[in-house]
Design a protein around this ligand. Structure first.
Ligand code: COA
Length: 333
């Protein structure tokens, strides 16, 4: 166990938002050279959501409001808001500031965190550390991405993969050492920067007509290269955190994997010796929503009564950077 202090961080509330508009596989058959069967068998995706009007702050705000409503809690109580995203409304101010203003969290500070598909895990660890410090009592961690805003709908390799969503958890302290955040293993390796990125708009390639003409404001991905490292990275780190915490596959109630590709998820579950019925999966309905995938799974499974207090969960992700990691969490509500 990594945290031997007195305070542990537990999840005490959840919230989510997905836009109404659905892009099914038939939609992509009309705009690029692809077909439903290819998409389903290669990725596991049947449909994803698209936010037509609005930005990532709207996805994050609606998820935060859903959480507050379900807890019957005032936004004044929130100490910190962390938004994990790679599609912030703009470079600054941070999306966390926009969410703070929208929900009226007048006592909060906060910030955005950029770690692509591992964003929720990195934000979750950060939020837990703030709770464990003893200084903060209520930290809202939100994963939200409007991936459709950076998706090139002429690129069949990538456009079928991504969707929009926001989901949130509330972290609070407990002295019960057997609940909440138990351990994490988190990694970055910037040598993966060429395989998955968005080159335009930043200080390296400030926006010009040329950067737009060259489509530098869209996701670039070498799918095959990312697939290989993602399978190994996610499977290895998930297995490693089990070993480190002396967990057998029977001990684990659920693997909560980032939803990028069903084949990556299955490979991770296989490596851990976990059967498919103990893997949280909703990729077929939402595709890859980047920072939102893991909290979206947690909210849906919790609200469907599938997770209970004391359940041992392994959260696991791999994404651009490269970034990757796993978290061992005991569910507390
Ligand atoms: N419809 C039909 N054919 C498609 C297609 C589509 N939407 N997209 C690609 N293809 C084609 C390719 O052009 C290729 O054709 P070719 O052999 O004639 O060149 C063929 O299908 C196989 O492509 P390949 O790249 O080998 O497929 P794949 O099995 O690796 O699956 C991805 C492609 C993108 C689904 C897969 O690589 C992947 O999921 N990568 C990781 C994505 C990811 O997780 N990213 C987020 C960060 S973790």
């Amino acid at each position: 166990m990594e945290n031997n202090g007195k305070i542990r961080a537990i999840v005490t509330g959840v919230g989510m938002y997905v836009p109404d508009k659905i892009l099914d596989n038939a939609f992509f058959e009309k705009i690029v050279d692809t077909n439903d069967e290819w998409i389903r068998t290669r990725t596991g995706i049947r449909e994803r959501r698209m936010l037509e009007n609005g930005a990532t702050s709207d996805l994050a705000t609606k998820a935060a409001e859903d959480l507050l409503k379900s807890k019957n809690m005032s936004a004044d109580e929130i100490d910190v808001i962390i938004v994990a995203t790679v599609t912030p409304n703009m470079f600054f101010p941070a999306t966390a500031c926009l969410v703070q203003d929208n929900i009226g969290a007048k006592n909060a500070w906060g910030f955005d965190l950029s770690a692509a598909c591992s964003g929720f895990l990195f934000a979750f660890q950060t939020g837990c550390s703030l709770i464990e410090s003893g200084k903060y009592k209520k930290v809202m961690v939100i994963g939200a991405d409007k991936m459709t805003s950076i998706t090139d709908y002429t690129d069949r390799n990538n456009c079928i993969l991504f969707g929009d969503a926001g989901a949130a958890v509330l972290l609070e302290p407990t002295e019960d050492q057997n609940l909440g955040m138990q351990d994490s293993l988190l990694k970055i390796d910037g040598s993966g920067k060429e395989a998955l990125n968005m080159k335009g708009g930043g200080s390296l390639n400030p926006p010009t007509h040329e950067t737009v003409d060259n489509k530098l404001h869209y996701i670039f991905q070498d799918g095959k290269a990312v697939f290989k490292v993602a399978v190994k990275g996610m499977a290895d780190i998930s297995y490693e955190i089990m070993q480190k915490n002396k967990l057998t596959s029977e001990d684990i109630s659920y693997l909560v994997p980032h939803q990028a590709n069903l084949r990556i998820i299955s490979a991770t579950a296989d490596r851990m010796g976990i059967s498919q019925d103990k893997v949280m999966i909703n990729i077929e309905r939402y595709g890859n929503t980047t920072a939102a995938t893991i909290p979206l799974c947690l909210v849906e499974y919790y609200r469907n009564g599938k997770i209970k207090k004391g359940d041992k969960l392994i959260l696991s992700a791999f994404g651009a950077g490269y970034t990757w990691g796993a978290i061992y969490l005991v569910w507390a509500i």
